[in-house]
Design a protein around this ligand. Structure first.
Ligand code: AMP
Length: 216
């Protein structure tokens, strides 16, 4: 399956993508994780992306699209993938269409995770990520690790993202409304969109997601 996950920051895209990718046996491709990996390895791409990420702004398409394309062309993505955080504007959505069309493939579905805005801020403020694998995501209240500060899955150190402050979240939400939300209509027009409420336990949202994708 080839799936795109959309939703505002804090909707739980990373958490759901991690579980769904395992369940569906497809790689989880997160452009945010790819940028963070580049930053921690101090690559040129990481240096270019960092200022935008720190400001809560979208990284320019010239950088983002090439990086996503490279990742999608790796052998493990031949059988399908779950895109988390890409595309994030109409230009990227159209570029993705071209990349897929050139490869003679198409998306199966676009899953939109809906969450009220006040909940988004609460979720982000308590969010903690694993340093070893950014798709191991916890929340200090809603999904706490067994041992504070330690990843349940691999024992890695948990940390808070530098763009997870309230001020940055506000900018990221503005970016989401002005630039990312238009892709929801774009995919609805193509009959690809399924929207589910992303409130409740992680496992409940996963069940809803799998049910919604079943028809795709
Ligand atoms: P995320 O981990 O998906 O919340 O992404 C963190 C940050 O990485 C975003 O706030 C952007 O600065 C950047 N980013 C991730 N994906 C994209 C994308 N598709 N286009 C532009 N910027 C992105």
């Amino acid at each position: 399956m080839r799936i795109v996950l959309v939703g505002p920051p804090g909707a739980g895209k990373g958490t759901q993508a991690h579980v769904l990718a395992k369940t569906l046996s497809i790689p989880h491709i997160s452009t945010g994780d790819l940028f963070r990996a580049n930053i921690s390895q101090s690559t040129q791409l990481g240096l270019e992306a960092k200022a935008y990420m720190d400001a809560g702004k979208l990284v320019p398409d010239e950088i983002t699209i090439g990086m996503a394309k490279d990742r999608m062309s790796q052998p493990d993505a031949a059988k399908g993938f779950l895109l988390d955080g890409f595309p994030r504007n109409l230009g990227q959505a159209k570029a993705l269409d071209e990349i897929l069309a050139d490869a003679g493939i198409a998306l199966d579905g676009v899953l939109d995770l809906e969450v009220p805005e006040d909940e988004v801020v609460r979720r982000i403020a308590g969010r903690r990520l694993c340093r070893n694998d950014g798709s191991h995501v916890f929340h200090v209240d809603y999904n706490p690790p067994a041992q504070p500060g330690v990843c349940d899955e691999c024992g890695g150190e948990l940390y808070q993202r530098t763009d997870d402050t309230e001020e940055k979240v506000r900018v990221r939400l503005e970016e989401y409304h002005s630039k990312t939300e238009p892709i929801i209509g774009y995919y609805a027009d193509q009959g690809l969109l399924v929207t589910i409420p992303a409130l409740g336990k992680v496992s409940e949202v996963t069940e809803r997601a799998i049910e919604a994708l079943r028809g795709k």
